[in-house]
Design a protein around this ligand. Structure first.
Ligand code: SF4
Length: 264
């Protein structure tokens, strides 16, 4: 069942303070050790370890309910369909995405999908006419995604997301575990490619996002998503004709001393 979080406890436009350096390095060390111990796992095996062993009761999934999201959500549901799922309801989504969210909730039996929105005070201050996406997309993403996610993750030690290395850009080097701000980020599909995703859709008879068949390889907020032939990658059409490639919820991770990844 979908739950609506209260918007009244939100703090307007508070930028997260930089993590304490010692704490950041401790978390990076932990991510490195988790990678060494569990990094050989994949898909449901990795999710089972993360949800039922490492972060029991302290982990959530973050999903955009986009064109590839059904695969990760299906794997999570196989492990524990009561796992909290956070959907950033920016108020700018295509109606098809909201309908698809509800379709997947019913199809997968997800019981704890939380649609979280921006703070009304933030929008009243910065986006009264609803055009901030055009005037200042980074601030728009910050108010509509980054801050709501930070509030929604309060009380969680880790979060699961669906990024894959094949998507390129900053995602090309991700491992299965990352230090992210004050939490561990888990990437169960890091190794998956388009063929593996396609096989999962068929094998599990998963419904597709309706806009995928209409020329949208990737679907985010409506004003910032365009049709594309996908020639420039699976995220083609997002913030097209601008230099923006990420919304800001995926910060650059810090690596542990001795890690082969280095700071990036
Ligand atoms: S993707 Fe576009 S509309 Fe959505 S929060 Fe970011 S800038 Fe705003």
């Amino acid at each position: 069942m979908q739950q609506a979080l209260s918007q009244t406890d939100s703090t307007p436009l508070v930028v997260r303070p930089p993590a304490n350096q010692d704490e950041a390095l401790r978390l990076a060390q932990r991510a490195h050790l988790l990678e060494l111990r569990y990094g050989g796992l994949d898909g449901t095996a990795l999710l089972d370890a993360a949800i039922n062993e490492i972060f029991t009761g302290r982990i959530a999934v973050v999903s955009s309910f986009g064109t590839e999201s059904a695969v990760l959500l299906d794997l999570v549901a196989q492990v524990n369909r009561h796992t909290p799922v956070i959907f950033l309801e920016t108020g700018k989504h295509f109606p098809e995405t909201l309908a698809y969210r509800d379709t997947l909730i019913a199809r997968l039996g997800l019981t704890d999908v939380r649609s979280v929105g921006p703070a009304p005070d933030d929008l009243a201050w910065a986006d009264r006419d609803g055009t901030l996406w055009h005037r200042g997309p980074d601030l728009c993403c910050h108010l509509r995604k980054v801050l709501p996610l930070e509030r929604a993750l309060s009380g969680f030690s880790a979060w699961i997301n669906g990024r894959k290395r094949y998507q390129g850009g900053q995602r090309r080097q991700i491992g299965h575990f990352e230090a992210a701000e004050s939490r561990i980020k888990v990437n169960p599909l890091a190794n998956w490619d388009t063929a593996a995703l396609a096989r999962a859709f068929v094998a599990r008879d998963l419904p597709r996002h309706p806009l995928g068949a209409q020329g949208y390889p990737s679907v985010g907020c409506a004003p910032c998503t365009s049709k594309s032939d996908g020639a420039t990658g699976s995220r083609a059409g997002r913030w097209a004709d601008s230099g923006k490639v990420e919304c800001g919820i995926h910060q650059t991770p810090v690596s542990a001393p001795g890690s082969t990844k280095g700071l990036r």
